[in-house]
Write a protein that binds this ligand. Structure first.
Ligand code: MN
Length: 175
């Protein structure tokens, strides 16, 4: 239904987002290195970009600004996903140009609803697909489509993508 680019450095979150989006009939593509996100977006032509905020090299906030300033990609809706929701972050993220802001851990229903809200009419998963075909594939993928994911353990912890010993990670934007 829609091409959705996911910029996320955590493999478990990528799998979760891709499974969820595919289960709702969308075509997800993931990029783990935010330095490649603009090139990936230009090649893929997404209808929506979902970006993590805590990313090494180019932070999600910086990426949102870069996307907004891009001639080709400037109008693509952006949904930000962040593990650290400090006060003022939402304003900063929306100020940079994201239309939607979801903090982890999030519920499956809220995630899917936020995606639906940002897609143009013709590209939303239809009720039939959402409740029928996609529900079936969600079941096959082991996703409980109605579950609230409140347990932080269900989500890949952001600590998991903290810079390793080989990566000094000095450029990571912790804001
Ligand atoms: Mn991250």
């Amino acid at each position: 239904m829609a091409k959705i680019l996911i910029v996320e450095d955590n493999a478990l979150n990528i799998k979760l987002f891709c499974d969820l989006l595919a289960a709702h009939g969308h075509q997800p593509q993931a990029v783990t290195d935010s330095r490649l996100a603009l090139d990936s977006a230009r090649a893929f032509g997404p209808d929506l970009v979902i970006t993590d905020i805590q990313l090494p090299h180019v932070s999600g906030l910086e990426l949102i600004r870069l996307l907004r300033a891009d001639k080709e990609l400037g109008k693509v809706p952006i949904m930000a996903v962040t593990a650290y929701a400090a006060q003022g972050d939402e304003e900063k993220i929306r100020g940079a140009g994201a239309q939607s802001y979801v903090s982890k851990p999030i519920s499956v229903m809220k995630f899917v609803a936020a995606v639906q809200d940002l897609l143009p009419e013709g590209q939303k998963a239809t009720a039939g697909e959402k409740n029928g075909v996609a529900r079936d594939s969600a079941e096959k993928a082991g996703i409980d489509d109605t579950a609230e994911i409140d347990d932080p353990e269900s989500w890949a912890n952001e600590e998991a993508d903290a810079p390793g010993p080989q990566d000094p990670g000095g450029e990571e934007d912790s804001t």
